[in-house]
Write a protein that binds this ligand. Structure first.
Ligand code: SAM
Length: 338
């Protein structure tokens, strides 16, 4: 399928921000706007309602249908027809509705952050902040999220987004995550890290929900060099995350479809000293969106680890292209390497 056709198959997703609104309130408000609620859909196949839209694309564009439904995998996520205009609603402006592609909701769900008093987690690469605000909502504004963003301008966007979403448990830091001293007392209680670093963005075919750090490459040599550089950086970030003394769960995600940034980075991380000495392995499929059928690209990780990671194929899965993996520390293992 061409990019335009694949984009036309991606529903418009809106996450109901549980810090400001309940799903029931949201559904009622959206119904009052004239939308009709359909049955929850299985997002792993082409849902009948969206299938119907894609077959009727010419008519659909000129006469948008006003259906919406709840997502089958992510709590508080709503699906609208691809052409639905939600950016001019008050719910969007005041942070009750957050436009976020389904696949980009997976990392926070997989990280499953703790929300007991005193819990501390890190979002290592936070701007524009969709995953940070999702983590904050899952934590019910309890505990603390240290949200790092090294780029000054994107840090400004992050602050704006967090304020709009009503996240009061986030400390946003305009700091390079790689410069953090993991032995600092401030990080002594960090148990969970979300790492969604800069990547090629090759999975993004619908740019509406993303502030992608875009770059275009002209030649395949430049493309290969860029992927190598990105993969080196991604590996460095993962190895740094594994040095935090109490960290038990690290979710690594990208919006890339390239194995160089996904399975190959995971494989290199598993071979690293930080992972072997620190006792890290991949969390099994049973705790990483087990019902999602598209798993890792075969032939890079062993079969169990290939099953343990999640991929989304742009357009085919009604999402943008995405990759999610989760590293966990073996029970009792502690970092012996710094
Ligand atoms: N997680 C974000 C979200 O869902 O809204 C998207 C993150 S984006 C893919 C990656 C971000 O990481 C960029 O804003 C980039 O500036 C930032 N970044 C890259 N390297 C970093 C570093 N070493 N420390 C902190 N932030 C970094």
């Amino acid at each position: 399928l061409a990019d335009d056709d694949r984009t036309a198959r991606i529903p418009r997703y809106a996450r109901v921000n549980a810090l400001k609104w309940t799903i029931d309130e949201a559904i009622k408000a959206i119904q009052r706007r004239g939308y009709v609620l359909g049955d929850p859909l299985d997002g792993m196949c082409v849902p009948p309602v969206v299938h119907q839209f894609t077959e009727m694309i010419p008519q659909f564009i000129s006469r948008p249908l006003r259906n919406f439904t709840r997502d089958a995998h992510v709590e508080n996520l709503l699906l609208f027809p691809p052409q639905a205009r939600l950016t001019d609603t008050s719910e969007y402006f005041d942070g009750r509705l957050i436009l976020q592609d389904k696949a980009s909701c997976f990392p926070a769900v997989v990280l499953d952050p703790p929300s007991y008093p005193g819990s501390v987690i890190i979002d290592a690469t936070a701007a524009p902040g969709n995953k940070t605000s999702h983590l904050s909502a899952l934590m019910g504004n309890q505990g603390k999220i240290l949200a790092f963003e090294r780029d000054r301008k994107r840090y400004g966007t992050l602050k704006t987004m967090l304020a709009r979403a009503g996240c009061s448990n986030v400390e946003a830091l305009n700091v390079d995550f790689l410069t953090t001293d993991f032995d600092d007392e401030k990080y002594a209680h960090v148990t969970h890290i979300l790492l969604d670093p800069s990547c090629s963005g090759s999975g993004i075919i619908n740019r509406l929900d993303h502030l992608v750090e875009s770059e275009t490459e002209s030649s395949s040599v430049a493309h290969t060099e860029r992927l190598t550089k990105l993969a080196t950086f991604q590996l460095q970030m993962l190895r740094h995350a594994m040095k935090f003394p109490r960290v038990e769960n690290i979710v690594y995600s990208t919006c890339s479809i390239h194995p160089e940034e996904n399975e190959q980075v995971v494989a290199a991380t598993l071979r690293s000293m930080e992972a072997t000495a620190g006792g890290f392995r991949l969390a099994p499929r049973s705790v990483v969106l087990p019902e999602w059928s598209r798993r890792g690209q075969p032939g890079i990780l062993d079969d169990t680890d290939t099953e343990a990671v999640v991929r989304c194929s742009p357009g085919e899965d009604l999402t943008n292209g995405f990759f999610v993996s989760c590293f966990i520390r073996r029970c009792g293992a502690r970092p012996s390497m710094r």
